[in-house]
Design a protein around this ligand. Structure first.
Ligand SMILES: [Zn+2]
Length: 317
C-alpha cells in the first residue's frame, strides 16, 4: 500500500508484487482533525480498499510519504508545518493497526522515488526531481541512490537564497527561492499586478475577485497567450533557473524532472526555464542535462510510496 499524505488530499494506491496498481483512492486530509484523526481516517480507507481487492490479496507492507522533515529510520514525522505535526510516529501507527512493516519518507523524496521507478527517472543514476507546489522542494538521486544528507534535510532547494534582501520566508530567512517560484508566490505576484490595474484575461477567469487567483489560473491564462500571466511565469522561471543552475553546477545531473502543480503550466513554461538555465550554466554540464516534466503528474507521490514498500519488501534498500 502506498499512501501520500498532502496538505489538502491523501492519495492511496494498492500495488501488487508485480508493481501494478490495482486500486487507487483520494480522500481529503483535513489536517485540523490532528494527527490521530487524520491517521485514523487513512487507516479506515485502507481497510475499505482492502475489502475490494481480489479474495487472496494480503497486505504485505505500507509506504508513506509525509510533507516536512522526517526521520525515515525512526518512522517519524519530525516537523510538518503543512500538517501542523511534530514528532508523530506514523510508521508505528500503521504497524500497530495492520501488523505489517511500514516505511515513511518525506513527500518530495517519495515522489522522486516514484519518478525513478515508474516515471521520467527510469534507468537514470544522477537526477534531481523538483516539486513546484505550495512550496518548492527537491529529491536528489546520486549514483542511483537518494541522497538524504546527515539529518535527512538535503534537497531543500526552495530555501536557497536567490535575493540577498528579498521577501521574508516562513523558514526565517529572506529571499528564498520558494518566495518567487512556488505556486503560492506565482499567485501572489499575479494578484499584486492585477491590483495595479494591469489588463489580463485573469480578471474574467475569477470574475474580478483578485484574491481568488491561483497559480492554476495563471497557468491557464498563460496557455491562452495572456501577457500578464506570461510576465509572472517568466519571472518565476528566472528565479527557478537560479536555483536549478546552482543544483546543476553542484551535482552535474543528467536530468531535472519538474513536477507539482506549477508544472501544469506545461511545456511552454518549461521552455522559459530551459532558456533561463541555458544562460547560467556552463556549456559542458548544460549539454548533458535535460529538463523535463514529471511523467506521473500528481501520482508520483503515491506511486513512490508504493515503490518504497515494494523495494523494502523485496530486500532492496
Ligand atoms: Zn525559506
Amino acid at each position: 500500500m502506498g499512501i501520500d499524505i498532502g496538505g489538502t488530499n491523501v492519495v492511496l494506491a494498492a500495488a501488487d508484487a508485480k508493481r501494478h496498481v490495482v486500486a487507487e483512492r483520494v480522500i481529503p486530509t483535513r489536517a485540523v482533525d490532528g494527527p490521530d484523526g487524520v491517521l485514523d481516517r487513512i487507516a479506515r480507507e485502507v481497510e475499505r480498499l482492502l475489502t475490494e481487492l481480489p479474495g487472496r490479496s494480503r497486505l504485505a507492507g505500507i509506504g508513506v510519504g509525509v510533507p516536512g522533515l522526517v526521520s525515515s529510520t525512526q518512522g517519524l514525522s519530525r516537523i510538518s508545518p503543512n500538517l501542523g505535526w511534530r514528532d508523530v510516529n506514523v510508521a508505528e501507527y500503521f504497524h500497530r493497526r495492520f501488523g505489517v512493516p511500514t516505511w515513511i519518507d518525506n513527500d518530495v523524496r517519495v515522489a522522486t522515488l516514484g519518478e525513478h521507478v515508474f516515471g521520467a527517472g527510469r534507468g537514470l543514476r544522477n537526477f534531481i526531481c523538483v516539486t513546484l507546489g505550495t512550496g518548492v522542494g527537491a529529491g536528489i538521486v546520486l549514483d542511483g541512490q537518494l541522497y538524504v544528507g546527515v539529518t535527512e534535510s538535503a534537497g531543500e532547494i526552495g530555501h536557497l537564497t536567490v535575493e540577498k534582501e528579498g521577501l521574508p520566508c516562513g523558514c526565517g530567512n529572506r529571499g528564498c527561492l520558494e518566495q518567487y517560484a512556488s505556486g503560492r508566490a506565482i499567485a501572489r505576484r499575479a494578484q499584486e499586478r492585477l491590483r495595479e490595474g494591469v489588463r489580463s484575461s485573469l480578471w474574467t477567469l475569477v470574475d474580478g475577485a483578485v484574491d481568488r487567483v491561483t497559480a492554476k489560473h495563471v497557468a491557464a491564462a498563460f496557455a491562452q497567450g495572456d501577457d500578464l500571466a506570461r510576465e509572472v511565469l517568466t519571472e518565476a522561471a528566472e528565479y527557478l533557473a537560479i536555483g536549478l543552475a546552482g543544483a546543476i553546477h553542484l551535482f552535474n545531473p543528467e536530468r531535472i524532472i519538474v513536477g507539482g502543480g506549477v508544472s501544469l503550466a506545461g511545456e511552454p513554461f518549461l521552455e522559459l526555464v530551459r532558456q533561463a538555465v541555458g544562460r547560467r550554466v556552463w556549456e559542458v554540464p548544460l549539454s548533458a542535462v535535460s529538463i523535463v516534466r514529471a511523467e506521473l503528474g500528481d501520482r508520483s507521490g503515491v506511486m513512490g510510496a508504493a515503490a518504497l514498500a515494494l523495494r523494502r519488501l523485496s530486500g532492496a534498500v
